[in-house]
Structure formats: structure tokens, C-alpha cells
Write a protein that binds this ligand. Sequence first.
Ligand code: ACO
Length: 457
Amino acid sequence: MLKAIYIFKNDYENSEFRAKLNSKFAQSVTFLPISFDNQDNFRVFNPDEAINLLQNGKENELIKAVMAKFDSIKAEFIIVVGSGDELLDSVLARNLNAPFLLSKQNAHKAKLLGFKSICDIDEISNLQSNYITPLKFETLLYQKAAQKPKRVVLPESDDDRILKACDILLRSNAVGITLLGDKGQISQRANELGLNLDKADIINPATSDLIDEFATTLYELRKSKGMELAQAKELIKDRTYFGTMLVYKGLANAMVSGASTTTAQTIRPALQFVKTKPGVTSVSGSFIMCANGQIHFYADCAIMPNPTPKDLAGAAIATAATAREFGFEPKVAMLSYSTGDSGSGPSVDAIIEATKILKELDPSLDVEGPIQFDAAIDPVVAAKKLPNSKVAGNANVFIFPDLNCGNICYKAVQRTANALAIGPILQGLNKPINDLSRGCLVEDIVNTVLISAIQGE
Ligand code: ACO
């Protein structure tokens, strides 16, 4: 249900408009003026700080502070009163998921600023707003992870980006952190960078008491594949193997690594001994794509170069579960160059087969396939191509026919549509192990750790 609406400052100051609002909402409403220049109302920052942040391109910090204040208000309904800066107001309204309520005199601004708006106060009770911005989604991740904080191990303590991400995460109290490496070196680098990592656990695989036990376990788990004890002892010194073993043993809930290793190096230990969940044949990798106020899930974009129809069905089941984990009801599109029977060929047949398997595996799931991307996402195209489909035009889970399609497509959307791409989220493993891109930014690491913590529940 809608929790808030946003109004312009000059509408709030218009007594006729305010009287209408008051009579509509009576006592059940809280007014939240976004004002940086008065004492009594909303002072997240003093005006100088707010202006300073805006002038230095740190708008996100300001928005996050407003969002935190907004979330802390326990009210049935909030009317957010604009700051007077219309551009800032439009960004804030999106992040608060609050459509604008405009007086007639301000109605033209809605189009100019490109935001969702309503002009008739009586429409409010029927209105739903589902606009999700990247910042809003990030806030949801923190909130969800903080509900049951988990411990995440990050083996790559020699990477400054990892240390910076840990500092941010530890300050949030949403997760516990274990770093692998030498305590003295990590503390020294943290000091040089001005970071506080006091709350992190630090384990040095080179000197840890755990190493013999871990080597024996690795040997036991892999001897049927020809591994010798001496080989296991050598391998477990590798920080990715050691970190994965911490998760396998339950000494951490999840691992995030890959800032300096390839996907194959990062996930091979997990494939070798964490293994897949019962009933899951193949691990797949999904991305959460956040753009234009919507959240979509793409898979497989990371793992299976040549999936069979069974693998694709498995990836669809796993991605639907990931969507649910983050609060979205999945509608699954099995993508192809064909919609219904519009095209044919061996790769279309593979999608037909995958869709059939998927429907057998989970008859309750909303699924459509084969389907083209436009028919999956656009209600107008869907109405022409597949008018009776529950999924066409409304899909939020997109399963690509192979890794070439999935990997190229997520990067194309990320780079050309300015979408936030969070992932890859590895799905189907018994415990959460997630891979970072070597070009990852600090915020990518933060998001991946939060997601891994949420998967660890
Ligand atoms: N699901 C479950 N288990 C798997 C999978 C899978 N998808 N793939 C391999 N395995 C298992 C095997 O069964 C095997 O188990 P076993 O040793 O107990 O018998 C073990 O993992 C090792 O298998 P290999 O075939 O030797 O696999 P390898 O380690 O060589 O490669 C990998 C697996 C890394 C997933 C490979 O398929 C790969 O490189 N995929 C592409 C990764 C990539 O480059 N992605 C694009 C970049 S990522 C990005 O841009 C976000």
C-alpha cells in the first residue's frame, strides 16, 4: 500500500490546497517537510552541510539520510513537503516511492520533470506506487540483512576495495565480517586508509590452527576424485579454498571473493565440495537489474556455457527463488528469438523443452516460453503476440538460452541503459558463495556481501 505522497513546497504554502489535504486525511497523517533551513522540522543536515553535499556531487548521501529519516517515522501516512528545489524533490520522491500530488497550478511540472503524479486528491486512496530506485533497493538490502545478521568471509584482504567495503559494512551492523590475512598488515593498511576494521575477525590461513583439520576434510571430500592428502594440504593454503572451507564448516555463513581471481578460480572449490542443493543439477548465476524504477532478474549470466534444457529449467527455478528471497513474485520468461510458434529451429526447440520441464518441476510457477524479450516486457507487444498470457508484458525473471546471450545482454543493459547490475548471485549451491568481477567497485562489494548474507538465512 502507498505509504506517502510528495507535494511541492508552494502547494503546502497554499492554504486552499492545504485545507483540502487536511480534510482528506484528518488526523491520520504526518507532514514531513524536507527543509534544510529551519530549526523545528526536518534537520538531517544543517543547511550548510546539505548545500555542501549537493555542490560536491554527494547527493546520494543526502538522499540516504532523508530515506533513513523517512523510514524511521511510524505513521499511517506521510505527506512529504518538498524542499523548494524541484530537481532534488523529483529524485527524493522516486527514492521514497512517493508519487507527487500536485495542485492544478503545478500540474504541468509533472511532465517536465518526468515523474509519476496525480492531481486529484480523491485518487489517492486507489493509488499504488512501485517505483524502486537503486538507492531504495540498497536500503532494502541493508534492512533485510540486518534482520538476522550473518557472518561473511572475504579472503582478499590485500585489496583496498575489499577493506573499504568492510568498513562501510561494519558501520552498518548488518553483517559480521571475517577477513583472511595477516592481522598486522591489515590493521596497518586500514590505518593508512583511515578505516575502522576493529569489529572484523581476522584469520591468517598460513598460521591458523584450523589448517590441518581443513586439509583432512578436503582430502576426505575429494579422495574419490583422486586427491592425495599432500595435495589437499597444499590446496587448503589457497585463500579461496580456505574461505570456502570456513563456510562449508559453518564457521561463516557465506563467502564473497573474486576481486582478483577469475570466476572459475573463485567458484571451483564451491563446485567441488560445497556442492549443489538437493534436486539442483547445475549452479547458475543471476543478476538483479535495477533501472527505470523496476527490478528484473536475469539468468544465467555467469556459469553455464552450454546449458541443456534441464539446466535452463533449473536456472529458472533457482532464479524464481532468488526473486522471492528479495520480495518479488516471479513471472518467468524463457527467452528466445521466437514468441509462441512464431519461429523455429533447434534452439527454439531447446526452450520449448526447457519450458516443459520447468512446468513439470513447478506447476504453480507463472511461466511463458519461448518468448522474445519485447513480448516479455512490454504489455503493448504482449497484447499483440500473446494476448492470453499471465507472464507476457509483466515478466520480471528472464532466463536466457545460453551464457553468451545472458552475459552479453546484462552487460549491454548495464552499460547502455545506465542500469545498476547486482551480481552475479550464484544460485543452487548448498551455501552462499558469490563471485565479484575483477573490475568491481566498493559499492558492488557492499551489495554482494549484503546479498550473500541474505542468502545465508
Ligand atoms: N553446477 C554444478 N556443478 C558444476 C557446474 C555447475 N554449473 N559446473 C561444473 N560443476 C562441477 C563438476 O561437476 C565438477 O564436479 P566434480 O569434480 O565433483 O566431478 C566440478 O564442478 C569441476 O568441474 P569442471 O568441469 O572441471 O569445471 P571447471 O572447474 O573447469 O569449470 C566453471 C566450471 C568454472 C563454472 C566453468 O563452466 C566456466 O568457466 N564457466 C564460465 C565462467 C565464466 O567465464 N563466466 C563469465 C564471466 S562471469 C561475469 O561476467 C559476471
